[in-house]
Design a protein around this ligand. Sequence first.
Ligand SMILES: NC(=O)c1ccc[n+]([C@@H]2O[C@H](COP(=O)([O-])OP(=O)(O)OC[C@H]3O[C@@H](n4cnc5c(N)ncnc54)[C@H](OP(=O)(O)O)[C@@H]3O)[C@@H](O)[C@H]2O)c1
Length: 353
Amino acid sequence: MSVAIASAAILTTAAAVYWFLNRHKPVKHILSELRYTIDMQGAGVGGLIDDWVNIRRNKIVLPDASRKIAVVTGGARGIGAEVVRGLLKANMNVVIGIRKPELAQTLSETMENGQNLTVFQLDLQSLKSVKQFAENVLKKYPAIHILVNNAGIMFGDYKLTEDGIETQLSTNHLGHFYLTHLLLPALKKGGTFEESARVVNVTSCAHYPGKIYFDDINMKEHYDTTAAYAQSKLAQLMSARYINRLLDQEGYPVKCYAVHPGIVDTDLFNGTLFRRLFPWAMKLFFKTPAKGAISIHHACFDKDLEKKSGLYISNCIEGISNRFSKNVEHQQRLFEISCELIGIDANDFGKDL
Ligand SMILES: NC(=O)c1ccc[n+]([C@@H]2O[C@H](COP(=O)([O-])OP(=O)(O)OC[C@H]3O[C@@H](n4cnc5c(N)ncnc54)[C@H](OP(=O)(O)O)[C@@H]3O)[C@@H](O)[C@H]2O)c1
């Protein structure tokens, strides 16, 4: 009884402090932020439990994929670097898109089969940069087998990119959506009916509390950084599902997957209260980047997945995804808005024009 009273008192005090600090905001915004904060903690704890329960499923035997081409965004550090390490170990030629291409030499010297690594400049916060990156890739490799849309950011202040897109949406979803559009003709050439080419969107369990702000996708009316991260990760999941559906209907040998890599100790958490308060807990309870890469390799290579495209994967099995993400009308609406934002007709998506 006394525990219940103490918990209620702590929660009431926390809510009162939260309200006081945010009292200049309309109540509906305070309540929405509070809901996102609580739900995001719930998604994080759920993700951690899922990682522990399924720890033994995180296994991969890398195949020999010589003469095949993979493209990875953000492969210089964190989970992406481990994804690249694995793809190189599988004897693939790997192209990475990073913001600091001057790291190329160090990266290829420190990775096995590093001579098979190509580095081009890519800033996902600029559609012009995405286009230039895609042109560089296509000049070198007209056929591609795997695209891993890995790069990402989490939280931060409200900012619009040079194209007028909210930065988390641009980095996590829209830049990758545009890149997928530009590289799809090459992926269609790389895939065969025995072995499809694959697009792997690295999403997150943080999509779970999310929704798409269809009428204000850049969140100009009210910015909540947690809601923006959730929206961007949900958008990656919904795009993987919808693009997979389109490709399937059109009969192309390209499959799309969305992967939650687990809760992983990387720089993504820099600047969060959690890292400041519990850096030791991250070392103790979170996956290492190498473990985080395993589900992504699984999505790249697992043969059984050929029949289960469009899947949301967590710890190498189908994960629990939110209902909003499965609604095809919502997926189509997001697809059309995304096409509009990158300046193409929805019917031209992924076509070599
Ligand atoms: N860590 C987790 O617990 C976790 C959980 C679920 C999902 N994820 C997802 O996993 C992916 C990888 O994250 P991580 O944990 O490895 O984070 P990280 O260590 O912070 O790495 C993020 C990567 O994204 C790149 N990047 C950021 N902004 C970019 C931009 N504008 N253009 C091009 N590249 C950009 C970074 O490149 P620079 O070196 O140039 O900054 C870096 O390589 C993200 O999509 C994240 O949302 C992570």
